[in-house]
Design a protein. Sequence first.
Length: 392
Amino acid sequence: MLAATARVAGDFDLAEESVQEAYVAALGAWARDGVPDRPGAWLTATARRKALDVLRRRQVLRAKLPLLVEPEEAGPDIPDEVAVPDDRLRLVFTCCHPALAREAQVALTLRLVCGVNTADIAHAFLVAEPTMAARLTRAKKKIAAARLPYRVPEAAELPERLDAVLTVVHLLYTTGHIAPTGGDLVRADLVDRALHLARMLATLLPDEPEVPGLLALLLLTDARRATRTDVEGRLLRLADQDRSRWDRDAIDEGRRLVLGAFRTGRPGRYAVQAAIASLHALAPSYAATDWPQIVKLYDMLLDRWPSPVVSLNRAVAVSMVDGPVVALAEVDALAEDPRLTGYHYLPAIRADLLHRLGRDDEAAQAYRAAIDLVDNDAERDFLTTRLAELTP
């Protein structure tokens, strides 16, 4: 609906408003007349008509209106044979328009298609919410000003959009895996949506090594979902989770996908992250994890995806190989990176390292800094508990 309406409106904000108004209209009309045989077509046609009404009132596209007007019974403008068979995945590919900057493609798609709010998108990009809101507004204005064609891409156009689509699915999963805000650690709706999109991508583009790599990463990470909190919803560290309850079928499938991606000789960043996740999943215990191999994989990942977050995660693995002193030096160096300002995992990891070194006063201070930055209740409770263990 959103894709079809946006093609008529040429404006994402107007398309969103028109779709919402179509739902409101359906509540009244369907209660009175019954649900139509083709509810999707009814809603789409209604949304498009509402968008056209606004355009008429604005008198912005008067000369082109005859080209846009369609019969009332018209349904979504989708050809009989489409390159992307899944409705939501089709819209993701459509929104990831190559004329936009990569960050704008991903942020707009998360907001418009995946239902992620602006604050959570800002968290994913490590920027302030007003900054992300301004970027979304600029991207929408660019689309409107340049009159970028808003249409479902053909099969030949999918590869140039694939990296942005993979990023969307990964960030969607990440946002659900640890909800940036709210009382629950996990947003199952976002996690399940991301897994569905990843499976559809694997069916659509099985020969692209990053596609099965992403699916493997999601499967291996999500295999621990049932053990990440206790019965009261309190967060459990990886070292404290009951590994016997992990989803072995998901782990086995993810492991097969990882091996397949590495056999191509060109594993990308998702496949490398999946390899790290597989080592965690296959280890009999936290202490028995192959930490030296994980450090090597993080080095490989940094070559493919230089990121301060990757470096921070690598420091945790380094602490298990070379000790907390070496890791703390790396974390302190990363604290100088402005991209990690406001990233609560940095002081949280620093606090754990300081505690392991017996520097509990400094660890308590770091935990307080992390608590001030975190917005998820489950994570805040976990950090508060850790702080309480250090202070009388």
